[in-house]
Design a protein around this ligand. Structure first.
Ligand code: RIB
Length: 289
């Protein structure tokens, strides 16, 4: 099997994760249980997911000139991701995500920091990586004009691209059409597409699995009943794995099944990247059924 080349254009964050039994209401202070800072960001998470599954991954993004920036680049390098197209932005903090974990689910506030500087001009400087790719992954934690330009570039050069519209942001109809697949969760799908039929949509539904369209028909792949430690990054694992499978030529149903299994495994450990599985782990999990 030739190693597929995947390029991720997206965010890189440090996740500041607080675990608590009680989520405070306005004006309230509560005692939490645990705090950790771990690497995250939807772009970086998808890059790590794809690399762990065996792809040759390049990340295009930016971090600040702070300590988090050092740690975030170091982390990606250790995951065998090509980091030459990750730039340090002077006088700018790295992206941050404030995550509250409670009752097996998360609440997230992001502060864009250097992710806001992943501009169209920056993409222009780094686009050689995109042009060498078998598949491109995009999410919505970087400026809209960069997302639009990435899609235009991919269309022009016939490079397939998965758009993970998270967090939800409206795009023009003509821009959505440039995506090969669009992978919202149920909330994002409702916000962006309502009940419209769109054959490019692959909707992740947590424990309920995934719905998508193949050969003009709505299909479902069921979810798994797994022990949940942290669901953060499950969607990112799905997207990274989907890109790997499609780039390797899997037919859509098989690719969605593979990505769904990878996402199920990812929730078993704390941190968005903590539980992302290896190729062997996904294959074994699928074999067990
Ligand atoms: O999808 C999970 C990610 O969303 C977290 O890692 C956090 O950084 C936010 O970007």
């Amino acid at each position: 099997m030739i190693q597929p080349k995947i390029t991720v254009v997206g965010s890189i964050n440090m996740d500041l994760v607080t675990e608590t039994d009680v989520v405070p209401v306005q004006g309230e202070t509560v005692k939490g249980m645990k705090f950790q800072s771990v690497p995250g960001g939807k772009g970086a998470n998808q890059a790590v997911a794809a690399a762990r599954l065996g792809a040759d991954v390049t990340m295009i993004g930016r971090v600040g000139d702070d300590q988090f920036g050092d740690e975030l680049i170091d982390n990606l390098r250790k995951q065998n991701i090509q980091v030459e197209n990750i730039d340090r932005v002077a006088d700018t903090p790295s992206g941050l995500a404030n995550i509250i974990l409670s009752e097996q689910d998360n609440r997230i506030i992001i502060i864009a920091g250097a992710n806001e500087k992943v501009t169209k001009d920056y993409l222009e400087q780094t686009k050689a990586a995109i042009l060498e790719s078998d598949y491109v992954l995009l999410q919505f934690e970087i400026p809209k004009e960069t997302i639009e330009y990435s899609l235009e570039l991919c269309e022009k050069h016939d490079i397939p691209v998965i758009v993970n519209p998270a967090p939800a942001m409206e795009l023009d109809k003509a821009i959505w059409e440039k995506a090969t697949y669009i992978t919202p969760n149920e909330t994002e799908r409702q916000q962006l597409f309502g009940n419209q039929y769109n054959a490019k949509l692959i909707t992740t539904k947590g424990k309920q699995g995934v719905s998508f369209v193949e050969a003009g028909k709505e299909q479902e792949v069921g979810g798994y009943n797994v022990d949940v430690v942290d669901t953060t990054g499950a969607g990112d694992t799905f997207n990274g794995a989907l890109a790997v499978a499609l780039a390797e030529g899997y037919p859509l149903t098989k690719a969605v099944t593979f990505a769904n299994a990878a996402a199920a495994l990812s929730v078993s450990k704390l941190g968005a990247q903590g539980g992302m599985p290896t190729r062997e782990q996904v294959e074994q999990f699928l074999q067990k059924g």
